[in-house]
Design a protein around this ligand. Structure first.
Ligand code: NAD
Length: 554
């Protein structure tokens, strides 16, 4: 028997592992770091090179191997194979070099990995549930080897990052996202479950690719699709009743519909809509400290009225309502321009999620006209259309505001509405800039400006930890509001002096713990949990966080 392991990773399914099986068990494997006593007690004698290594020495080795890989995709493949053989070492590497690792395990490299998933595939990870599995979803969930699943990330692969329909190749997204949950907020790996809901793909090049691994049929739509999702949601309640179900990278229409359908019924959220909203609201709240203009007096103009844009608008409205602003007034602070121009009441082409932000105003065809007419204090780009914040648009913002807020959030870098340098140059250094993908600092007239990165990883890991620690019945807008408030407050005066409106990403564990504590407080305050409130909530949450240092087995 493997001795007691003082870690939430402990799983009854694995507690009997020894010998070769233990070396092949990534949750428990320590590789060359198994001590002499462990080698004797666990049937490992002779199965490992004789010299016992420390985890620090192993870390040095894997970091060197990682850095020797010639391109980002090779680095991704290397990291995934490390994760598959030794999760503790993988997480120490990721956590201690987050700036270097995050762009590999998540955007942008994970996008490339998804595009080539069938070609670089080594070992399966996560669960695949297909359109042919109707009636046996519960049985598939029961095949998962861990029974205390707390966070599930599910995608149907229809809108992977900015890359569109990648079908079953989208599995890289739940896998990567869950790695960030563990790295950023310490949710133990054995409590994380990636799910690919393979309902087919309309991507013709994937359908024609002999190495594609998913169902080679067109996407399932209509009632049959809804029934499969419903079966998944209900099966999760039964098999993993303490799990939060996070929807990720679904197509626009399904994303809003499913969020609406399930948010008041089960513990669920959509990071593309709500996590993006949380980090962007945090950016606006943080920028208050630079502009001196409170959120209540902001006028926010969005370019793009999709999942990200409408999600941000909805959360701003909730934030304003919590600050005492009537809903109708709150909505009038948010304006949208989509591909057809300003979203106004007289338009007849608006889909449902845009209607609540359609105001009385003359139709305007372009973003520039809208900036001139509305004189927004903040401009938020979530259109996926590069270089749409033109020099004229940015200069018009700068003419109307002392400190214009300009967030070019479209990913990847090549899709950003403008670059950091353009923003700072065209606003004479007065712009408060944040982007979706990272931009390097810019020095202008001897002053260095550090762009903020509106990275969802600031928000979802902390929200997830707070939700699962309290076993909250629902994930509410108020939770994202307090998460945003907390994140904004954690930007230091030194950060702000550089123009950086978010805390340094290196502080992510501390940030996530603070966010989780605030989210858990909401769960207790709003009676969303039946668990008793621990006296020291923060210490309780800290105690739940996964530590990648090896425990002693003997
Ligand atoms: P989406 O497809 O749901 O929405 C895109 C919207 O842009 C649609 O309303 C579309 O009509 C509009 N649009 C397209 N072309 C336009 C044009 N020329 N002018 C004005 N509007 C136009 O996509 P989404 O999920 O909302 O994501 C949008 C962008 O935001 C993506 O590039 C994504 O990478 C980015 N994003 C960033 C973050 C982040 O930084 N944290 C998070 C989520 C999404």
């Amino acid at each position: 028997m493997l001795p007691q392991i003082p870690s939430p990773m402990k799983s009854p399914h694995l507690s009997g592992s020894r010998g070769v099986a233990l070396l092949h068990d990534p949750l428990f494997n320590k590789g060359t770091a198994f001590t002499d006593a462990e080698r004797d007690a666990l049937g490992l004698r002779g199965l490992l090179p004789p010299r016992v290594a420390t985890q620090d020495q192993q870390l040095e080795r894997v970091l060197g191997n990682f850095r020797r890989k010639e391109n980002a995709l090779e680095k991704y493949i290397y990291l995934i194979s490390l994760q598959e053989r030794n999760e503790s070492l993988f997480y120490r590497l990721v956590m201690e070099h987050l700036d270097e690792m995050m762009p590999i395990i998540y955007t942008p490299t994970v996008g490339l990995a998804c595009q080539k998933y069938g070609h670089i595939f080594r070992r399966p990870r996560g669960l695949y549930i297909t359109k042919n599995d109707k009636g046996r979803v519960k049985a598939i969930l029961q095949n998962w080897p861990h029974d205390d699943v707390r966070i599930i990330v599910v995608t149907d692969g229809e809108r992977i990052l900015g890359l569109g329909d990648l079908g079953a190749n989208g599995m890289g997204i739940p896998v990567g996202k869950l790695s960030l949950y563990t790295a950023c907020s310490g949710i133990p790996p054995a409590q994380c479950l990636p799910i690919m809901l393979d309902v087919g793909t309309n991507n013709s090049s994937l359908l024609a690719d002999p190495l594609y691994l998913g169902i080679t049929e067109p996407r399932l739509r209509g009632p049959a699709y809804d029934e499969l999702v419903e079966e998944l949601v209900q099966s999760v309640q039964e098999i993993f009743p303490r799990a939060c179900l996070q929807f990720e990278d679904f197509g626009n229409a399904n994303a809003f519909r499913l969020l609406h359908r399930y948010r008041d019924e089960v513990c669920t959220f959509n990071d593309d809509i709500q996590g993006t909203a949380g980090v962007t609201l945090a950016g606006l709240l943080s920028a208050e400290r630079l502009t001196g203009i409170p959120l209540k007096q902001q006028r926010i103009l969005f370019l793009g009225a999709g999942e990200a844009g409408i999600g941000i608008g909805d959360l701003i409205v909730e934030a304003l309502k919590l600050q005492g602003v009537p809903e109708a007034d709150a909505r009038r602070q948010c304006w949208f321009v989509d591909s057809k121009g300003l979203v106004v009441k007289s338009r007849t082409d608006l889909v449902e999620h845009k209607l609540r932000f359609a105001h009385d105003h003359a139709p305007l065809g372009s973003l520039l006209e809208a900036v001139h007419a509305l004189k927004p204090t903040a401009l938020i780009g979530v259109s996926g259309m590069p270089q749409t914040f033109t020099e004229e648009v940015v200069r018009a913002m700068a003419a109307a505001q002392a400190r214009p807020i300009i967030f070019a959030l479209s990913n990847p870098t090549s899709k950003a509405e403008c670059t950091a340098e353009q923003c700072y140059t065209w606003t004479d250094g007065r712009g408060i800039f944040a982007s979706g993908s990272p931009f390097a600092p810019v020095t202008l007239n001897g002053v260095t400006h550090v762009p903020g990165q509106g990275n969802n990883s600031y928000i979802f890991p902390g929200v997830g930890l707070g939700v699962i620690a309290t076993e909250a019945a629902h994930v509410t807008d108020e939770m994202f509001y307090v998460a945003a408030r907390k994140l904004a407050d954690l930007a230091t005066p030194e950060d702000l002096a550089l123009g950086r409106i978010f805390p340094d990403l290196q502080r992510i564990r501390e940030v996530s713990l603070e966010i989780a504590t605030a989210v858990a407080e909401v769960a207790f305050r709003r009676n969303l949990t039946r668990l008793p409130r621990p006296d020291d909530l923060r210490a309780h949450l800290r105690g739940m966080m996964f530590d990648p240092k090896y425990p002693d087995y003997v």
